[in-house]
Design a binder for this molecule. Structure first.
Ligand code: NAP
Length: 259
């Protein structure tokens, strides 16, 4: 079995649960996010509960060179990444023109640029070794445009598209790339994105633990796209593509509004 997983955004939510699940399967973990103390606590927990090795590299992945720096740090430590999990990401509520441009660009830096950089660097090593698994955390948001979160939805459309193409390019080299596209999950995400009070949150969401297991199992099978929410799966794949675009925009806008 592939043994060492690098997990971005491992200090909270889906990333933390992915780290727990991989460790429970006997895999070593490389944990990264900005909150060093939280990562150190998770390292202690996973090493004591599962007898695995955990490594912590705390950094802000949203700066231009950070992802490359993370790759270099991992290599300098003599670690081989068998499983790359690009999970770190954040959203942000509001009309694009009302939001700070720096916040919108920071979202692209983390959700897209860091993910592409880590995929490019680690996937090349995996292909050279003839094996490896990548799990990119996209979103059901990636299937539709998202008024009130325009940049976030667009970043996730990028992740959904990019991941499938990467899988096609690398599968013959023994490397698979799965995109996990969750619906709403109850994590710190909604608070960070200022989404509290939106209609989207009213029905509640899935747990991070269930989504992490769903996505991890899909990655291990080498699935292409994995949507944990069955209703959304049917809606986004079979109904939304047939609807008029303006109707879809109105639906999403209502869902992403505070009323
Ligand atoms: N929750 C949902 O409804 C939902 C639905 C679909 C997809 N997703 C996606 O799932 C992924 C995980 O989100 P989550 O729901 O688990 O949210 P979360 O609880 O807010 O976790 C986000 C993780 O990303 C890390 N992160 C944020 N900014 C960072 C930065 N600049 N540099 C490095 N790490 C950073 C955070 O750690 P630090 O703060 O310690 O840096 C945290 O570990 C994201 O890509 C999100 O877009 C979430």
């Amino acid at each position: 079995m592939a043994n060492t997983a690098l997990i971005t955004g491992a200090s909270s939510g889906i990333g933390k649960e992915l780290a727990r699940y991989h460790a429970a399967h006997g895999g070593n973990v490389i944990l990264t996010a900005r909150r060093a103390e939280t990562l150190e606590a998770l390292k202690t927990e996973l090493e004591s509960d599962h007898g695995i090795s955990a490594h912590v590299f705390a950094l802000d992945l949203g700066s231009a060179e950070a992802a490359k720096q993370l790759y270099d740090t991992v290599k300098d430590a003599g670690l081989t990444v068998d499983v790359l999990i690009n999970n770190a990401g954040f959203g942000g509520f509001g009309h694009h023109i009302d939001r700070a441009l720096d916040d919108e660009l920071a979202m692209i830096d983390l959700n897209v640029m860091a993910l592409v950089t880590l995929t490019r660097l680690f996937a090349a090593d995996m292909a050279e070794r003839g094996g490896g698994k990548i799990l990119n955390v996209g979103s059901t948001a990636g299937f539709i445009p998202g008024p009130n979160q325009a940049v976030y939805f667009a970043t996730k459309a990028f992740v959904n598209s990019f991941s499938q193409a990467i899988d096609q390019e690398l599968r013959s080299k023994g490397v698979t790339c799965t995109v996990l596209a969750p619906g709403y999950v109850e994590t710190e995400f909604a608070k960070v994105a200022n989404l509290e009070g939106t209609n989207m949150l009213k029905g509640g969401g899935a747990t991070a633990e269930s989504v992490a297991k769903f996505g991890y199992d899909a990655m291990m099978r080498g699935d292409l796209v994995s949507i944990n929410d069955r209703q959304l799966n049917v809606l986004l794949n079979w109904i939304v593509p047939l609807l008029p675009r303006r109707m879809v925009l109105n639906m999403v806008e209502r869902n992403q509004s505070k009323s």
